[in-house]
Design a protein around this ligand. Sequence first.
Ligand code: HEM
Length: 596
Amino acid sequence: MQSSAARCAAAPGPLSFSSVTTDRTSVHSKQTLSRSTPSLLRRSPSFKTAHPSSSNCPAKTFSHRRGPVQCNAAKGDDSESEAPLKEAAGKAIDAAGAGLSWVSPEWLTKLVSTFQGPDDSGVPVANAQLNDVQELLGGALFLPLFRWMLETGPVYRLAAGPRNFVIIGEPQAAKHVLRNYGTKYHKGLVAEVSEFLFGSGFAIAEAELWQTRRKAVAPSLHRKYLSTMVDTVFAACSDQLIAKLERVAASGKPINMEAAFSQLTLDVIGKSVFNYDFDSLTSDSPVIQAVYTALKETESRSTDILPYWQVPLLCKLIPRQQKAAAAVKLIQETVERLVAQCKEIVEAENERLTEEEYINESDPSVLRFLLASREEVSSTQLRDDLLSMLVAGHETTGSVLTWTVYLLAQSPSAREKVFEELARVLPDGRSPSFADTRELKYIMRCINESMRLYPHPPVLIRRAIVDDEIPGGYKVKTGQDVMISVYNIHHSPQVWDKAEEFFPERFDLEGQVPNEANTDFRYIPFSGGPRKCVGDQFALLESVVALAKLFQRFDFELVPGQDIGMTTGATIHTKNGLYMTVKDRQKALSKEPVLV
Ligand code: HEM
């Protein structure tokens, strides 16, 4: 299996930046040394009131309980990682035309702002110089966005050539924009840049089409179907990974856990959406690479200065577009094949089964649900909706598992609590049932905390469809692109105590699982408002089951000296993979001397 970096570096195109990324720790250490937070407070009165120290702050319950905490930051020097960034930026500036993502000559930015006239929005403009923008070339857009927040304030404008975003890193402003989907904001740029992949799929559809299709699909993820999936899908696929890890543990060789989790989550989503076994844990699936390539293309499109990909002829000629088109073709054909197979089965049994029998059958897949409901829907719409779920549910959950195991590997105290919980809730070592998953509260909090530190995707995009004013008194004009930086909110020292630390206990173990509603939009890993993730419960359940089963059996250690780094392809990936050694806990326990 290729690492994510290897996969993206292989992608040809006018500018393929993916192999150059910034190390997370070094960026952060630079920020904390050289940037001061007071500017953040000065510029946003609304942000002050959202500070956890205010007595009515809901985040207080989550963040004020402290214990021995483990810093998730690995130590590192960034001088080496900056060198390729500078080199790549130099190449980008030299290159002309398509794909010059964000590296806009300053004269163009100034020219555009001259035409636009005076800015009376009250939104401060980030001082984004070409040197700063170079970091975007690593594909880790959210990192400079965080630095600019510390410099400029929680809401600021990022202008580069004709592109111009209002960046939001403050919970109340995010709540306003996300909740007003449909009346004041729509998906806008996201839909434009990913239509080549999702077509009319409901993940990017707007207005009535989105409403109708979401209504049709959402019931397929109801708890009753999810409870069936715990055993038939989540546990069964995890067993495949366990079999693979047993061999790895016996060999003593390291394994790239990021790749392994990507395979696991593809197998899970294949089974639960189409009842199809990609079997990617035992054989290389080209779909993984195709999904990654397609998502990387959507990200590049959102920062390309000129939307040249709207010209069909150019798409045929430019290698980056040829590669993206081939990836989408592969994904679409795979989904079409699966729909056709399932249709035959469902047509044969449609008359036969009651709802109860249907749930008890071994195939509670989304596709089967949609076909059995006999709702009028075209094959293309069905294909695009399922494709939306395949893409949205695969890399996201894989990345959550990757970063949770990464964080746990660096926190012996958290790992001990995981082992203790497993011994208590599942004393006989059995596979967790649906009921058991509710008792695995500490594992759930580790996942919640991992999604705070590493939100997937790290930014959400909307476009204003009317003139608006967002909390803080910032004016937004019709057509304005808005980026909600979930990463900024989740890492903001104004929102979270010890924001950079991995501290699962900040979320009360006996309280509700944190979400956007019970944290008043301080915690939004699944977004919020009408376009909130439809698969949130599915993903949390899948992650709890997978982690419980893996930690029942194994312990994981990071291979020392590796440069983890961060890059994006819609979700946050490592730069070079996550190499770990795996220890079989059962064998280790049985070797322990017995005290008489
Ligand atoms: C931990 C894993 C996951 C994360 C972090 C995640 C995150 C998100 C986020 C942030 C959004 C909203 C984007 C926006 O507001 O613009 C979203 C939407 C969506 N997610 Fe997830 N997701 C995950 C797993 C899943 C799974 C497993 C599925 C399918 C079974 C899924 C299906 C979808 C769909 C279809 C949408 C679009 C919903 C709509 O626009 O109405 N996601 N996801």
